[in-house]
Design a protein around this ligand. Structure first.
Ligand code: GDP
Ligand code: MG
Length: 163
């Protein structure tokens, strides 16, 4: 698309990002949302969900054989809600992982969400899709098509222009 700000591609990618129960309980939602907003990403969907055991198990189905899986499912289904979101923009899957930081907060960059706010791998505050395939699965699992908003933020051309 050609605009006064420059030319940009309109087919940017989407990532599923979830603030886990500890992030909600610790009232870090605004700070976390701000990181994605301030980077220039577009909020496509957001809602609180108190996940069922089935939903948590399906979300983490790839990890079913890992020793921490039962504890992980318990953590996500604590009864405190999570904040489920879809963010859109250039390289948002890879950049979302960088904003979130390494799985173990001990290895997370201090500028990342986990590196700034978490100390334990079992309570690491946030999830972000790690690939296009995972993002597609996770967005479909947590959201209905009608919950995904289609609009253009006013700053979008300035954020997205790549020429
Ligand atoms: P992520 O993509 O960075 O979230 O990491 P993974 O997909 O490998 O694991 C999913 C989630 O499982 C992590 O975010 C942690 O909440 C949890 N997890 C992963 N590894 C461990 C572990 O060794 N111990 C515990 N207690 N939880 C873990
Ligand atoms: Mg993962």
């Amino acid at each position: 698309k050609k605009t006064i700000a420059g030319t940009y591609k309109t087919d940017s990618e989407r990532s599923f990002v979830m603030i886990k129960p500890d992030g909600v309980s610790r009232q870090l939602v605004g700070k976390i949302v701000s990181r994605f907003e301030e980077r220039g990403y577009k909020l496509v969907a957001i809602k609180t969900v108190t996940p069922s055991e089935d939903l948590a198990k399906e979300h983490y189905s790839d990890l079913a054989a890992r020793p921490f899986y039962p504890g992980l499912v318990k953590y996500i289904t604590s009864g405190t809600p999570v904040v489920a979101m879809v963010w859109e923009g250039k390289d948002v899957i890879k950049q979302g992982r960088r904003i979130v930081g390494a799985t173990n907060p001990l290895d997370a960059d201090p500028g990342s969400v986990r590196g700034q706010y978490a100390v334990s791998v079992g309570r690491n505050l946030i999830h972000a899709s790690d690939s296009f395939e995972a993002a597609t699965k996770e967005i479909g699992l947590w959201f209905k098509q009608a919950e995904l908003s289609d609009y253009e933020p006013v700053a979008w051309p300035w954020v997205m222009a790549d020429n």
